[in-house]
Design a protein around this ligand. Structure first.
Ligand code: C5P
Length: 231
């Protein structure tokens, strides 16, 4: 692995998946384990960075215990956004590895929703803010490197890359790690295949292997970016 090439740098990583409460016991959520984000936080810490890990509902993965990793646990998208933005204000790098709910219920009931006879009540949703796009637009610190993830499905490698390119341009992040999910890629501990794009949609790196391998390759691309913007 690389040496302490992130010493003196501050890195924010979001991990896991946000949950949007429907009532005190139910939520809308997703299956993100948080493994990739945790691997990134650990790898950045080992490369010398001061890391803030914003962990959304990371339950099946052991959270880092490195002295230079501060962990903030959150549940909802709005909580994740507040925690990420507070930490990002002084950060050199922000990596949005969390799976963020695109929508949330308009309101969370104060009591457990009762089973009713007849048609169930519809769930009314509102759109969540796109935290990554906001970070890319706001640039909370000069020269900050903003990194996103995109899990794309289907239409083979070419289609996946095309979707990724479109997303890279739309979100405005400096780097977008695109991986194909579905079949046996992207889940659990099986090897991941990630293509790293820049904001123009051009390929800057490819990585295949464990989430730790992907983390190292992505941090290599981040370190290149940091060197380029500070010299
Ligand atoms: O558009 P899509 O959800 O595929 O984009 C994924 C990337 O955008 C991830 O980096 C994710 O953390 C981020 N995202 C976000 N806020 C949202 C939705 C996604 O920051 N509301």
């Amino acid at each position: 692995p690389a040496g302490p090439d992130l010493a003196g740098r501050t890195v924010v990583v979001s991990a896991g998946g946000t949950r949007e409460p429907l009532d005190p016991v139910r939520f809308l959520g997703n299956r993100s384990s948080g493994r990739q984000g945790v691997a990134l936080a650990v790898a950045a810490a080992h490369r010398g960075a001061r890391v803030t890990l914003v962990a959304a509902n990371v339950e099946d993965v052991i959270l880092p215990r490195e002295a230079n990793v501060e962990v903030h646990q959150v549940e909802t998208t709005l909580q994740l956004r507040d925690a990420v933005r507070a930490a990002a204000t002084g950060a050199d790098v922000v990596i949005m590895a969390a799976a963020v709910a695109d929508f949330r219920p308009v309101a969370s009931a104060g009591h457990k929703i009762k089973k009713t006879s007849g048609a169930p009540a519809p769930i009314e949703l509102v759109t969540n803010p796109d935290i990554l796009a906001e970070l890319a637009a706001d640039r909370l610190r000069r020269g900050q490197v903003v990194v996103g993830f995109a899990a794309e499905t289907g239409d083979g490698q070419r289609g996946v890359l095309e979707h990724g390119r479109e997303k890279a341009r739309r979100k405005g992040a400096d780097l977008l790690a695109v991986n194909e999910v579905g079949a046996d890629l992207g889940f659990g501990d099986v090897p991941n295949e990630v293509t790293v794009l820049d904001a123009a949609g051009d390929v800057v790196a490819r990585a295949r292997g464990t989430k730790g391998d992907v983390a190292e390759a992505l941090l290599d691309a981040v370190a290149d970016r940091l060197r380029a913007t500070t010299t």
